[in-house]
Ligand binder design. Structure first.
Ligand code: VGL
Ligand code: ZN
Length: 212
């Protein structure tokens, strides 16, 4: 067992080679937010169930937040694709109130570079600047379960990177939602990452008796 001591929050007792990655479940990506995904908030209770399963197994849980400065090329006003969203330390950038993250979760931030779009959680880092890949290596994680927002951006690029880095990838199909700038974007994203080797799973695959 690997015990990681953390200042200010729970120690992490990692007994498992599997990790849960909760991507960008933030107010601005939920209905009413600056870039609201229509059913964004509906995945929070489902993710909470996954969180309880992973906690029970002493698996590590990561949660990313899109965390932008006021000026960034990511925003339409400065040449990018998106309306202003997830500005650092605003309510829009806060986790959705229904998401119940445990104190042991490792929080990661991304999108701070004003000159770049960065969607993948592998561009995210913790408050000390330690990135996701370093964390995964430290903890010996071989397999990552991905949930969150948005299917066609951060979830997609995180999955692609995870596969490139040699991890086994599971997409929690009942716990992701997409932006769909084009109507089929999320469907295409899932198709692409499953072709690359990610597997789709849902809650009952983990809770049904007789599982391996
Ligand atoms: C995202 C659009 C803009 C994401 C971030 O995290 O999926 N999408 N910024
Ligand atoms: Zn963003």
């Amino acid at each position: 067992m690997f015990v990681l001591q953390r200042a200010g929050s729970g120690d992490i007792r990692v007994k498992s080679k599997k990790a849960l990655l909760v991507v960008d479940v933030q107010n601005d990506f939920c209905p009413g937010g600056a870039l609201g995904v229509p059913a964004g908030h509906k995945i929070a209770p489902v993710i909470n169930k996954y969180i309880r399963i992973f906690l029970k197994k002493k698996s590590v849980i990561f949660a990313t937040r899109d965390w932008h400065p006021v000026r960034t090329k990511h925003f339409k006003d400065f040449g990018g694709l998106w309306p202003v969203h997830c500005i650092q330390n605003t309510l829009g950038a806060a986790f959705h109130p229904e998401l119940k993250l445990p104190k042991e979760a490792i929080l990661l931030y991304k999108g701070m570079n004003p000159d770049k779009d960065s969607y993948s959680a592998f561009h995210a880092e913790d408050e000390s600047g330690v990135g996701l890949l370093v964390w995964l290596k430290r903890l010996g994680i071989k397999e990552i379960y991905i949930a969150g927002l948005a299917t066609d951006y951060c979830v997609k690029y995180s999955a692609i990177d995870a596969i490139k880095y040699g991890l086994k990838v599971k997409i929690l199909i009942d716990a992701v939602q997409g932006v769909n700038l084009k109507p089929d974007d999320s469907k295409d994203a899932i198709e692409k990452i499953t072709k690359m080797g990610a597997k789709k799973i849902k809650l009952t695959d983990l809770t049904t008796k007789g599982r391996k």
